[in-house]
Write a protein of this length. Structure first.
Length: 279
């Protein structure tokens, strides 16, 4: 059984990193990337490529309690694929099909997950290492922004933030997380948020990390899109990113929600145009 698993691991890596003779768009699953709390389930979408051709690659990150197969993220990946840009979207630890317990998930170990995925992308045969970009929605936007700040613009070429949930930092300092109150002076081992147990390490990190300060270390181009009627993350938290980035494009979708569903075609067009310009 161990030999079989080893062979399966090798075959999966070969498929991702050493794919050859690609004559059409290709979509496949990868489950051999080891994240902070175990294996991460990923979906890779490649555009039509020749055997030796390289292309830009976007790493796509979902939000709190979300998953890689959300309609918004899939639409983004499909659109990028049609435009000659590859993508990988994955479930963070404790989410979707990836390993780990939700209670053990933190923004810090989601950053670790993201860096592991980016490391694999950089080694992929078809990824242009000079054109790796990130995209994150909601908490995934916070993770993407901090990851870009940590890695810097020598590794990350461009960044898209969709309704980035930096309110998590401010709210936890005041003893609240997404509507759930807790005693900030006597933090419990976990709290219940949206039917999920959120652990004490998550709360401590969210309260004490410098989300905007870490994000500001990224010097490359950034596109921030937020809905003016976002009930989960008021748009002022997205707008604040324009104050810390030197090269930021701000798009406020009027009357739109947290999932940017009302103006979805316009949002997608803005994302694709941004990447076309910088990748």
């Amino acid at each position: 059984m161990k030999v079989f698993k080893l062979k399966l691991f090798i075959l999966t890596i070969v498929a991702f990193c050493f794919a050859v003779n690609i004559s059409a768009q290709k979509t496949f699953n990868v489950d051999t990337i080891k994240g902070a709390k175990g294996s991460l389930k990923c979906v890779v979408q490649l555009p039509k490529l020749t055997a030796s051709q390289k292309c830009p690659f976007v790493v796509i990150m979902h939000g709190f309690t979300g998953n890689k197969n959300e309609n918004l993220l899939k639409q983004i990946a499909d659109g990028l694929q049609k435009r000659g840009i590859a993508s990988i979207r994955f479930d963070f630890n404790g989410h979707g099909e990836s390993q780990g317990q939700f209670q053990n998930m933190t923004i810090e170990n989601e950053i670790q997950d993201a860096i592991k995925v980016i490391d694999v992308v950089k080694k992929s045969k078809h990824a242009d290492p000079a054109k790796i970009a990130l995209l994150g929605h909601s908490q995934g936007g916070v993770v993407a922004s901090m990851t870009a700040g940590i890695l810097g613009d020598k590794i990350i070429k461009a960044l898209v933030l969709l309704a980035p949930a930096a309110n998590i930092g401010e709210d936890t300092k005041n003893g609240i997380l997404l509507g759930t109150k807790f005693d900030k002076n006597n933090i419990p081992e976990f709290i219940q948020v949206w039917g999920h147990k959120v652990g004490k390490p998550y709360l401590l990190y969210a309260m004490n990390c410098d989300m905007y300060g870490t994000a500001a270390k990224f010097q490359g181009p950034v596109c921030i899109i937020h809905g003016s009627n976002d009930k989960a993350v008021p748009f002022r938290f997205g707008k604040k990113y324009t104050e810390v980035y030197k090269n930021a494009k701000w798009i406020l979708q009027q009357d739109d929600d947290h999932g940017l569903s009302k103006h979805r075609p316009q949002t997608l067009a803005s994302i694709f145009n941004f990447y076309k310009k910088y990748l």
